[in-house]
Design a protein around this ligand. Structure first.
Ligand SMILES: [Zn+2]
Length: 325
């Protein structure tokens, strides 16, 4: 399929960033220059309000379901390696409900990848369709249960009707393996995102939400570009921002890296986590270089947001964020 040029002026997408739970780890493990001290590592999810297609999430963070799924073998191995904290009221569902967004109103959940800290809340959204790169799941499904756990995948986090509600994307040829029209449009990747690949998937066909692969951390990781995003209070209806407000470009990158310093300064993770965690090391490094090129070309106008970056959380969620909040 020949990519077409993306729409010049995509619609504005109100969005908000949130934290649903955290784990703990050495800061130095996340990026060079980090301290050899334990820090709380937040799990970010994003609410987006598309003017036609309604509420979407990018990832869900943790929920109480993570606790349940790590109580028994083999899931407890995950809990032993990555101690999870998710307080009552802090799951994506509870946070959205508290601010007037019904879980039933979430239409799509874009899944960056299937690690437990990104898909903990999937069962909480009964009407959502699940959008992901199909190879991010097919490989994990073939593993034995203990190996799935060691790859941070807890299949019990998926709702029973997960497959029926799936829109599994294929990159870059078919666009979408589902019957749905969603994700079938391939467009030429607009500048300055070109380093991420010649083509990207225009999820809704209007240029507003573009999907690209971010290989390396795991198979089939999905990154989301929002070219005209506007951070608003959580429950603002689409298009409700002041007419004078100008949107800006956001890119949500899951675990392509763990801290924005990796994108901005090429501050790589500790060699131990680099070698143990990421499935394809050369691809991981290339993805970081690509993101760095995009960030540099954007000259500060593109916010590239890793899912566990504390400085992004302090900037966009709560200036004083720590795990107590
Ligand atoms: Zn991950």
């Amino acid at each position: 399929m020949t990519p077409v040029v993306a729409t010049a002026a995509p619609p504005r997408i109100p969005l908000s960033l949130h934290v649903a739970g955290h784990c703990q780890g050495l800061e130095r493990f996340m990026f060079s220059g980090g301290a050899y001290a334990h820090v709380d590592i937040p799990s970010v999810f994003v609410l987006l309000n598309h003017p036609v297609h309604g509420y979407c999430l990018y990832d869900t963070g943790y929920s109480q379901e993570n606790k349940r799924q790590t109580e028994a073998w083999p899931g407890w191995v995950y809990g032993a390696i990555v101690p999870i904290t998710i307080k009552e009221g802090h799951s994506a569902r509870e946070q959205l409900q508290k601010q007037g967004v019904s879980p039933a109103d979430i239409k799509y959940i874009l899944i960056s990848h299937f690690h437990g800290d990104h898909i903990g809340g999937l069962k909480d959204f009964p009407n959502a369709k699940f959008v992901y790169f199909h190879d991010s799941l097919t490989r994990l499904e073939t593993l034995a249960p203990i190996r799935q756990t060691l790859h941070a995948f807890l299949p019990g986090l998926l709702p029973a009707d997960f497959k029926r509600r799936s829109i599994a994307l294929d990159y870059p040829t078919a666009g979408s393996l589902s019957e749905s029209g969603i994700g079938r449009t391939i467009v030429q990747t607009p500048e300055p995102f070109g380093p991420l690949g010649q083509a990207c998937i225009d999820l809704f066909g209007d240029g507003s939400m573009l999907v690209v692969p971010l290989p390396g951390h795991c198979t089939g990781q999905l990154g989301l570009i929002v070219r005209n995003g506007l951070v608003t209070p959580l429950s603002s209806p689409a298009g409700s921002a002041n007419p004078g407000d100008t949107g800006s470009a956001f890119m949500f990158v899951g675990d392509a890296c763990w801290d924005s310093r990796t994108v901005q300064e090429l501050a790589l993770p500790h060699p131990l986590t680099f070698w143990v965690v990421h499935i394809d090391k050369p691809a991981y490094l290339q993805t970081i270089k690509n993101l760095h090129s995009v960030w540099k070309a954007g000259q500060g106008s593109i916010e590239i947001v890793p899912a566990h970056c504390r400085s992004m959380v302090r900037k966009w969620v709560k200036p004083e964020w720590n795990s107590k909040l």
